[in-house]
Write a protein that binds this ligand. Structure first.
Ligand code: NAD
Ligand code: DAU
Length: 338
């Protein structure tokens, strides 16, 4: 199989490429198209550089020429991870979210029509955030979309554009809507890696609002396995929820991280809430389970592995948190005086 993975230098994309090479070895050929934004780190996949079945292209999914080049080697499967992904950043500046998460998806779809006539599957990685917040019960794939922040509104645009290309042109699109991922290689702006790395350094853990917002946590390797499963078993035009079945309040996750690192709860610092903060995400995953897929990672085991990874890979996250001026500026703007 020849895969075009976009955003493969980011968190889930790099885990997915590693998953493919572990599972399929030299039978998997991967083109990784990534713009290397602040969140893209080419060195995440340094072990594959120079191998004949891996090619990195430094390019932008909003640029038709970059995308045409990526399609040039006869691609069987596209998995589009490339996106601006952080809700807090979308509250500071939303233009780049529209550009990549909506227009970029359009360019990928349009260029697929021109340059990939034999494409077997186009996977649009969407998110549970497109449904909005839910107080009770869980969202099904047929529920109305009600995105409530600029990030999720952009992702909803990309999600529906991919659907439109399946309906209009018969492109073999499937759409996945996953819940909150966690695991190794996650950029330390997101809740779990930020809190783990702050706790290691005895820095405050800035918990938004009352800390009782609920997210459903999905170990990244389970997410990768679900995408691989759906490439085989999913049906064109269909949407699939991918959830971990691990709903937790943020304050409980925070305490668990502190316990695992043997750090005091006094590090928790309640701070002003995120604007428009979605209270709870919850997915009904019956559709995926009926096809035969089930996640295999227990939440506590996944969290322990994640904490351990950050303990053992200090050089990786310190290069971001301590040596990236972009990150330091972002952190000061996001948390300073909060
Ligand atoms: P990430 O921020 O870690 O990585 C995003 C990657 O996309 C980076 O490598 C970045 O350089 C690249 N990128 C950004 N703009 C680009 C462009 N215009 N052209 C090419 N590359 C570009 O993100 P992630 O957490 O790995 O998320 C991957 C995908 O999964 C996203 O589409 C996101 O919306 C979706 N998703 C994430 C989660 C989660 O919890 N992290 C959950 C559900 C869905
Ligand atoms: O649900 C899927 C989505 O999960 C993905 O589509 C997004 O790309 C991904 O970023 C993630 O969005 P969230 O906003 O849920 O993730 P984040 O890690 O930013 O926040 C998780 C929860 O923790 C949320 O309720 C906000 C809270 N939080 C977050 C940060 C960064 C804090 O309390 N303090 C913080 O400093």
């Amino acid at each position: 199989m020849r895969y075009l993975v976009t955003g493969g230098a980011g968190f889930i994309g790099s885990n997915f490429i590693r998953f493919l090479f572990r599972k399929y070895g030299s039978d998997a050929h991967v083109v990784n198209l990534d713009k290397l934004t602040y969140a893209g780190i080419r060195e995440n996949l340094a072990e594959y550089e120079g191998k004949k079945n891996y090619r990195f292209i430094h390019g932008d999914i909003t640029n038709p020429a970059d995308v045409a080049e990526a399609y040039s080697g006869s691609i069987d499967v596209v998995v589009n991870f490339a996106a601006e992904t952080h809700v807090d950043r979308s509250l500071m500046e939303a233009g780049s979210f529209i550009q990549t998460d909506v227009h970029g998806v359009l360019v990928l779809l349009e260029e697929a029509r021109k340059h990939a006539p034999n494409l077997k599957r186009f996977v649009q990685i969407s998110t549970d955030e497109v449904y909005g917040s839910i107080e009770r019960g869980s969202f099904k794939e047929t529920d109305m979309l009600n995105p409530r922040n600029p990030y999720s509104a952009s992702k909803a645009g990309g999600d529906r554009m991919a659907y439109a290309y399946a309906q209009t042109y018969g492109l073999p699109v499937i759409i996945t809507r996953a819940s909150n991922n966690f695991g190794p290689w996650q950029y330390p702006e997101k809740l779990i890696p930020l809190f783990v790395t702050n706790a290691i350094d005895d820095l405050p853990l800035p918990l938004y609002g009352d800390g009782r917002n609920v997210r459903d946590w999905l170990f990244v390797e389970d997410h990768c396995a679900a995408i691989d499963f759906l490439i085989e078993r999913g049906a064109t035009s269909e949407v699939y929820n991918v959830g971990g079945g691990n709903e937790r309040e943020n304050r409980d996750i925070t305490r668990r991280i502190l316990q695992m690192l043997a750090k005091p709860e006094s590090l928790i610092k309640p701070v002003g809430d995120r604007q428009g903060h979605d209270r709870r995400y919850s997915l009904d995953t019956t559709k995926l389970e009926r096809l035969g897929f089930k996640c295999s990672t227990n939440f506590d085991d996944g969290l322990r592995r994640t904490v351990q990874w950050y303990v053992e890979n200090e050089a990786w996250w310190r290069a971001i948190k301590e040596r990236s001026a972009e990150f330091r500026d972002y952190y000061a703007k996001q948390y300073g005086g909060r």
